[in-house]
Design a protein around this ligand. Sequence first.
Ligand SMILES: Nc1nc2c(c(=O)[nH]1)N[C@H]1C(S)=C(S)[C@@H](COP(=O)(O)OP(=O)(O)OC[C@H]3O[C@@H](n4cnc5c(=O)[nH]c(N)nc54)[C@H](O)[C@@H]3O)O[C@H]1N2
Ligand SMILES: Nc1nc2c(c(=O)[nH]1)N[C@H]1C(S)=C(S)[C@@H](COP(=O)(O)OP(=O)(O)OC[C@H]3O[C@@H](n4cnc5c(=O)[nH]c(N)nc54)[C@H](O)[C@@H]3O)O[C@H]1N2
Ligand SMILES: [Mo]
Length: 731
Amino acid sequence: MGKFSRRDFLKGSAALGALVGVGTGVGSSFKKTKKASAAGNTKQVFSACPRNCYDTCSIVTTVGDGTIKFITGNKNCTYTNGRLCVKGYTYPNYVYSPDRVKYPMKQEGRGTGKWTRITWDEAFEMIANKIFEIKKEYGSTLPIALNKYSGTFNTLSYGIEGTLSSIGYTTRAQGTPCWPAGIDSQTFDFGTIVNSDPEAMIHSKYILVWGANPAWNSVHSMNILQKAKENGAKVVVIDPILTDTAANADEYIEIKTSTDGALALGMAKYILDHNLHDMDWMRKNSVGYQEYLNYLNNNITLEWASEKTGIPVEVIERLAREYAAAKPACIWIGYGMQRHTNGGAAVRSIDALAAMSGNVGVLGGGANYAQLDSWLVNYSAMSMSPPEGSGGGADRMININNFPAQVLDLNSGDPNKIPIKMLWVAGRNPIAQDPETSVSYKAFDSIDFVVTADLWFNETVAQSDLVLPISSIFETWGVHASYWHYWLHINEPAIDPLYETKCDVEIAMGLSKKMNEMEPGSCTYPTDRTMEEWAAMEISQDFLNSKGMTSYKDLLKTGTAKVEGYDAAWADGVFRTPSGKYEFLSEKCASFGHHALPVYVEAKEVPTDRPIRLLTPHWKYGLHSQFQNLSWMQSVHNEPFVEIHPELAQKKGIADGDMVKVHNHIGFVELRAKHTLTVPKDAVVIYEAWYKDQKFNVNYLVEATPADMGSCATGQAGLAFHDQFVNIDKL
Ligand SMILES: Nc1nc2c(c(=O)[nH]1)N[C@H]1C(S)=C(S)[C@@H](COP(=O)(O)OP(=O)(O)OC[C@H]3O[C@@H](n4cnc5c(=O)[nH]c(N)nc54)[C@H](O)[C@@H]3O)O[C@H]1N2
Ligand SMILES: Nc1nc2c(c(=O)[nH]1)N[C@H]1C(S)=C(S)[C@@H](COP(=O)(O)OP(=O)(O)OC[C@H]3O[C@@H](n4cnc5c(=O)[nH]c(N)nc54)[C@H](O)[C@@H]3O)O[C@H]1N2
Ligand SMILES: [Mo]
């Protein structure tokens, strides 16, 4: 599992900007200023947005008298290009929000909201006592579990894993809810995930945005798509929803959900039939191409593809012709489209289409999904070993995508199972983000002691006994990479930590100190390092060498630097598969129980008693449960809604604006209906979002249905978030 073992957990509008003062503009590279003004000393530092987002922006923060005055995008990073997204521009409101968790607090009865402020010393002592108690009773720390995911992708935040590793072997939520099916597909086909630098899309003549919505989820990429269009590229969006990205494209293709594999195979068949494929590339760079071409010849017809996808034959033919003729043509494979029971198989078919048409390894081409090659960091804060004599021989992994059910199973009272007695949650909001919300509540109830480290009193904090206040990125150090572009950013603190907040690594150091005072040798986490020292340790020598830098201080001059060599991924023809070639036929894929070829896998069957598909994609003004709790957000939008096609609404007697109940066998939600022609007639859309002070959560309706792939690269299958089925009725 090599490369992924350390990264299992990863997988990271102008009008609103005016609220906090938006800086945009053009110009050459950015230099920091330090000047004395009438108002006092002003300085500028480079920050970085740590959110789990394609864009991972480099930020310039202007500070006066110890207060953040102004933030904007760093022009030194040509991807950030001097601009932030609507959420990013409001960071000052985030930092100075009165709602932040300010002090360590304990709750008298979970969910009561009866919080009492305690000191850090008391908090550490409470945690340490619990750990010692568990060790005594069970002879190991396995009853202590960690649930961490993507609240922050500051690479120093891997100190959260380090915290647990330094007390003993523990139970870990393994895998990722986000993108693993696609990672496995590309692992089987290419050997791993490596996308071409998204900035190189300007060289493309044809861009298929396949199941991604960058207009909301990766706004900086829209600028690149726009430039490509100005250079003559055609942009086509394939999505069941007419998204804002589709609205900005040259063409929108409405596809039946979860049938993308059929479209890719149909296009490939047309390309093969018309001799538009690249035999030379396949012979030189791939294995299994003959079997793949045979499969196309023997099993695929355009009529079949049309019937599956709902796209007329002529349209599939034209798409295939245009895609094959435009040299180079690129495909952006989104994360939304692989969250299906056949999502991994679909990505393999799309990869194969790119490869057979000669679009792999060329500038402006690619089957671009994601990458981790630019993460040239040392994961210094997580690399801890358990203390001598810890019980248990290794961490115990449980599936992050079925965490609550697995916890309940371990806590069922079976004497052969080591239960979960304590849970550490950090960088994670499972009650909001996990499927089967009702089961999540039960799982929390079955655990003796829950400690959550967060900036906000979210639903998961509400189910905790203890909350630890976290510093924002503006109050600490950080090192940040993206899973999409190739820039590496450093983050220098802009201001002192507010209130009594600490970052996760400081918490680890504080806990270690306390534990070792109480029981010498009980925790291996270092206690005497400054955050600047941690940041310095984090940047790898490989990265510094490649940039001709001698230390992290060089990176502080620009805030960011790009890892080079990825303009055209796989241009060297050296693939990281067992054969060293592109694998149309993958034995490794077969060894994980799939077909060795990129064949079509049927979509999940629609249950007769719940015939309406529920899609829950990502929301423009929030990032998962983040940002949506802030006052600016509530002034824009603070009421959940379900989007429904007028035809379906009419059948159900639902008028625009009616309150409705969306329900299935595991739960229900009540919210307002919004008529729109942008959604399919057989589906409803509710954006995944957390609403402050409201019980609403779409995940009450979402079952923990596994995606087909993910266990090869991340240890666990992904989640079929978009294979959910419901009924809808007027209230
Ligand atoms: N229905 C539905 N559900 C989904 C999805 C979907 O499409 N549909 N998408 C899924 C996907 S793709 C993902 S990636 C997951 C995301 O799931 P999570 O990773 O759980 O999501 P977030 O809400 O981004 O972050 C969790 C918490 O981290 C906290 N946090 C921020 N910074 C820090 C820090 O420095 N330290 C600590 N300790 N905490 C911090 C935030 O305040 C927040 O409360 O959700 C999944 N859930
Ligand atoms: N503003 C904002 N930005 C974000 C996030 C956020 O929550 N808000 N989340 C971040 C994270 S963690 C992630 S993973 C990325 C997600 O970024 P995207 O990959 O863009 O994710 P989604 O919005 O889940 O899904 C994208 C599209 O996939 C479509 N889709 C669903 N099923 C299918 C299908 O079967 N076929 C096709 N062709 N399309 C389908 C959906 O309709 C949706 O329009 O964005 C990141 N950026
Ligand atoms: Mo994600």
